[in-house]
Ligand binder design. Structure first.
Ligand SMILES: *Cc1c(COP(=O)(O)O)cnc(C)c1O
Length: 466
């Protein structure tokens, strides 16, 4: 017989225990199983929903044996690709409790308690993490891409009105692809995106930006937005936020800082100067599912002045309560939404801020150590020493043509990843292929970073012998 839709309490407890046991085994196996579980990339057979249910134990068995392993183990200690994160076990628990509570946090009237808790968590992001003034506001989103989209909408609303034709937004050549996407989704024509060259450290060059703005103004175009990145995914570069804030203010442009990867490093005293100027932004994207190790689905957008986004998101419905300033739906595409405030607040309440500060500080130090070690290897070039916790590197081949050198580095990446113990990813910056190492995994430790360095050294030696 199938489990009833509302199981008896003892049956629910047994179901929870079965799921928890599986999750426990999953967490315990993360250090040993191959980091890349995708196999040949083909999908496993997955049964279609049938008229009658199956026993939970059988369903969990299929899920945890056949489906979940067929993926990058992004929570494994050896995952150094893209941008790693958590999940924090207590973050998973928060997601469960929030789902079970099922409070409607789209509008304050429906859930004054849960909305107040979420607002308090956002206030911490505003004041303690980013250092925006107390009147700044924010909204928790599904992730950095959604946050970047909402930021573009806010800037558009503030500066452009209905005529988007001659609009110009400035982003560095190293900005995240979600920014291009945000501009398109916000209705801006392709010509609205102007890519500004970077300096030798892959940072947006303020002089090149000033020249582009002047040229566009002279041609009758309408500059409205500068997007800076605090920690690019390619090389970890942090754009010169103070200089860009000066420029944006002087030109009357909206400054958005995409700090999806890097923003939480402001909690680490030693890393704080790197992010100086972020507190002068008009809007900031953070991704708690990266730097705070929350389960996926946790992003944030913070706004110095929320009025333009509120104007863009306003909607009246005959059946809805009188809108209030604290309503999250007033700053979002969403109405019904998960209680993301709890996902953020509960782990902070249980672990304390210091635990996160220390974890981020450790990861930054491990990345710096790894970059220094690799820079000391013959022929290895590090794009830029990591200011946060990620860097790109490649092996130079004296006299080789760029395509041959790039192919050599792709092969190097494959040799390292073939170990199954670590997973790095590659990228193109400045037109050349690089390997990149991002140290941000919750379960990553000093031993795995050392092991990763040994694997890279071994692969470099093979490369040198060829
Ligand atoms: C991860 C990331 C994004 C995209 O965020 P999602 O949460 O994946 O949508 C945008 N910008 C930067 C700099 C990022 O690191």
């Amino acid at each position: 017989m199938s489990l009833p839709l509302e199981p008896a309490p003892e049956d629910l407890a047994a179901a929870m225990a079965a799921a928890t046991a599986r999750v426990g085994a999953l967490f315990r196996g993360l250090g040993e199983r191959p980091v890349d579980g995708t196999g040949d990339g083909s999908p496993p057979p997955v049964p279609a929903p049938a008229e009658a249910g199956r026993p939970l134990g059988d369903v969990l068995e299929d899920l945890f044996e056949a489906v979940i392993p067929r993926a990058y183990a992004t929570s494994a200690p050896g995952f150094f690709g893209y941008v790693p994160g958590g999940p924090l076990p207590i973050g998973c628990l928060a997601a469960f409790v929030g789902a079970a509570a099922n409070r409607f946090t789209g509008v304050e009237v429906a859930a004054p308690g849960p909305v107040a808790l979420e607002a308090r968590a956002i206030r911490w992001l505003v004041e303690e993490v980013v250092g925006l003034p107390p009147e700044a506001r924010g909204v928790l989103t599904s992730g950095g891409s959604t946050s970047n989209f909402l930021a573009v909408v806010a800037a558009r609303e503030r500066h452009l009105g209905d005529d988007l034709r001659a609009a110009r937004a400035y982003v560095s050549a190293e900005a995240h692809a979600s920014v291009d996407k945000a501009l398109r989704l916000a209705g801006l024509p392709p010509a609205a995106l102007r890519r500004i060259p970077t300096d030798a450290g892959y940072r947006l060059d303020p002089d090149a930006l000033a020249a582009a703005i002047a040229e566009d103004r002279a041609a009758g175009r309408r500059p409205f937005l500068v997007v800076a990145t605090a920690g690019t995914v390619n090389t970890g570069a942090v754009d010169p936020l103070g200089a860009l804030a000066d420029l944006a203010r002087g030109e009357g442009l909206w400054l958005h800082v995409d700090a999806a990867y890097g923003g939480f490093f402001r909690l680490v005293p030693g890393r704080r100067p790197v992010l100086a100027g972020i507190e002068r932004a008009d809007s900031v994207t953070l991704d708690p599912h990266k730097g705070l190790f929350l389960p996926y689905g946790a992003g944030a957008l913070l706004l110095r002045d929320a009025a333009p986004l509120q104007a863009a998101c306003s909607a009246e419905a005959a059946y809805a309560p009188e809108p209030r300033a604290a309503d999250f739906t007033a700053l979002s595409i969403e109405l019904t939404r998960p209680w993301r405030g709890l996902h953020l607040w509960l782990p902070l309440a249980v672990h304390g801020v210091r635990a996160f500060r220390e974890a981020l500080g450790e990861r930054a130090a491990w990345a710096r150590g790894a970059a220094e070690a690799l820079a000391g290897e013959p022929g290895v070039e590090v794009a830029h020493p990591p200011e946060l916790s990620l860097f790109a590197f490649r092996q130079r081949l004296p006299g080789a043509a760029p395509p041959a050198e790039d192919a050599h580095n792709r092969a190097l990446l494959e040799r390292v990843n073939a170990s199954g113990r670590v997973l790095l990813s590659g990228t193109t910056a400045g037109g050349r292929f690089w390997l990149r190492l991002c140290v941000l995994g919750l379960r990553t430790d000093a031993a795995r970073v050392r092991e990763c360095l040994d694997l890279i050294r071994g692969a470099l030696a093979v490369g040198r012998d060829r």
